[in-house]
Design a binder for this molecule. Sequence first.
Ligand code: MN
Ligand code: MN
Length: 459
Amino acid sequence: MKKKTAWEKYSSDDMKKVMEFSEGYKEFISSNKTEREVVKSVVDLVKQYGYKNLEDIIKNNEKVEVGDKVYSSIMGKSIVLFNIVSKDFAAGLNVLGAHIDSPRLDLKPTPLYEANGFAMLDTHYYGGIKKYQWVTTPLALHGVIVKKDGSKVEVNIGEDENDFVVGISDLLIHLSNAQMKKSGNKVVEGEDLNITIGNIPLTDDEEDKVKRNVLDILKKKYGIEEDDFMSSEIEAVPAGKARDFGLDRSMIMGYGHDDRVCAYTSLMAFLNVSNPTRNSVCLLVDKEEIGSVGATGMTSKFFENALAEVMEAMGEFSNIKLRRALSNSNMLSSDVTAAFDPNYPAVMDLNSSAFMGKGVVFSKYTGGSGKSGSNDANCEYIAKLRKVLDDNNVDFQMDELGKVDEGGGGTIAYILAEYCMNVIDCGVALHNMHSPWEVVSKADIYEMLRCYETFLKEM
Ligand code: MN
Ligand code: MN
């Protein structure tokens, strides 16, 4: 087992690169906190690299040629990138995949109400969270409201330091005798996650004066009525930017490292390697945190459809070629995993734990209770990866998520494995997973980037 961390191999020049790369990453996660914001930024960025929109290609009946780069946005919440370097689709693809949705609190479709002089917003949490972590912390509201005429209003409240924030209250310790006796999952319950957004009443004598005042503000600022919330997707997320963590600036504390740390590094590697060994794909997908369901989740057919369209636009489509393209592919299915935490050693098996700073983490299998629900990667595939990563001096480690029968988790790996391609889970290990402020190591982010670049260049 490798004992040293990646930090110990870096020259001063490497250190500079590690720190520089992390600056771009901090900026990315600070300004892209929802799946829609990520897709929008990615589209803007890849256009600068010459990527063409697949929808336009289909609509205009255009051809795709070897050397072309194509993107397809799925409802603005998932995106797939293709780098086409060959007509030989049946040879298979190199696929990078990561998810861009993160745990948060979604507003309910009829969220606004008044209670005891406060205007409040009802939420339904998204993904697995410890609810007690989301109270007494500044929250921002991000999302879209679509009016009946189809026009779309973008909401982004609470990120500018001069902007206001919102938040959820918690009980003072002085009156918490009963609350403190509850079990952790009951201390703060789902229906208690109500966001306070206003307290000034209108001066008339009608009902709901505070709520109506808030509606007046919303009308002036966004031109929306209360009913417009019915067709909105608004997410309450931790307010504020990602920041360096630790006296030595070795780590980054930020919201939504899960899984934008793998999404950003996948994207950057994909753009850096313009000449991969074969046709390559980068999947940045929505809905992983709630089971990869829905039209924009990995279980939807969007990837297969987009690949079929690209092949069709090259005059290369046939059912059998599509199937061969998928089954002959290699994939790095990325997601974050748990880093060993000295505060909580009891849930980890020291021999099978990931450590911060020791590079990319590969998980042969995820799942729980006897590997249930996992993609168990083929050891033949792992051997090839070990070879190319060692040859390129990329630091990596093997882990499993905690002790046997301690819990477990899932990723998108098993969904792509259904095409009979080689898939393995890999990613960055972190602390505080699914909390408002997660922590990752800058060395691991950099090794992740180098791992993806090596995969695209050598596999
Ligand atoms: Mn997660
Ligand atoms: Mn994840």
